[in-house]
Design a binder for this molecule. Structure first.
Ligand SMILES: [Zn+2]
Length: 278
């Protein structure tokens, strides 16, 4: 084994040990135990910086979408899903909930960073021909990843595997650490979730969609569209959201279970920020 590898292995071991000592063992909303090397508060702060930079770059390169109709749909659907999320998880009321609409008709993707900062690529809406119910199920799934601290889990992975850094868990405030965590927040949205994380986000997301007044069985039709479109060309979304076994059957069953949670009157959309070309 080379010295570099040994050092890297030691760094990872030390980082894990530090995380354990720092009490980084957390429990996700569905009861799964997580080892969070990056504390959620650090993940949120780093994600804010990463998001601000990403949006500034998109704006400069004129890649934000000019599509008032879609902006209105997203304001309503994302707003209602966030309203349900804030009711179920009150600690997220202080998040800066926002959605950047990206003008990229070829890319089927959407993500949510720690702290509620989202992006929707125009390709996911138009290539898949998403209905509002399906869009709400996508968004419910994405915000669930953030609420369940999956972003912090993936940032931990990014820091270890991509950047090989130590001492990030220490709430270290020096500029290098801040930059590294910001980079990790960007890398995190390109890394695959675990299948356990996927099942968790499916379960939480479908419930949020139902509580927002959207048909939870649209989760299954959404994944059918993903599979059909992904059959001919690899989708960015499928690479970061690997399918657990029997996903569609599981979603259909979950959809039927949470359907009674649909309110007679849907919640008022939460005032989120929708970032477009204008
Ligand atoms: Zn996912």
């Amino acid at each position: 084994m080379s010295t570099g590898l040994v050092r890297r292995g030691l760094s990872v071991a030390l980082l894990a040990l530090f995380a354990l000592l720092a009490g980084a063992c957390a429990t996700s909303p569905t009861g799964r135990s997580q080892l969070l090397l990056v504390p959620p508060a650090v993940a949120i702060e780093a994600s804010e910086a990463a998001y601000v930079d990403t949006v500034a770059q998109l704006r400069e390169e004129r890649q934000l979408l000019d599509d008032p109709l879609l902006a209105a749909r997203v304001t309503e659907t994302a707003g209602r899903v966030v309203a349900a999320a804030v009711t179920q998880y009150p600690e997220t009321a202080g998040w800066d909930w926002s959605v950047a609409l990206i003008d990229d008709p070829e890319t089927v993707n959407a993500w949510c960073m720690a702290g509620g900062r989202m992006a929707i690529y125009s390709g996911i809406v138009y290539k898949l021909g998403l209905t509002d119910d399906e869009l709400a199920n996508v968004l419910g799934h994405e915000v669930s990843h953030a609420i369940a601290n999956h972003t912090a889990e993936r940032m931990s992975m990014a820091l270890i595997t991509e950047l090989g850094l130590l001492a990030v868990a220490a709430n270290n405030d020096d500029p290098e650490t801040r930059l590294a965590t910001e980079v990790a927040a960007m890398v995190a949205v390109t890394l695959p979730n675990s299948r356990a994380g996927e099942s968790e986000a499916d379960r939480m997301g479908i419930e949020l969609a139902a509580r927002a007044g959207y048909d939870p069985t649209a989760g299954a039709s959404l994944w059918l569209k993903m599979e059909e479109e992904g059959g001919s060309n690899p989708l960015q979304f499928l690479s970061t959201h690997p399918s657990p076994d029997n996903r569609r059957e599981a979603l259909l069953e979950l959809g039927a279970q949470v359907r009674p949670l649909m309110p007679a009157v849907p919640p008022e959309p939460y005032p989120i920020e929708v970032l477009t070309a204008n």
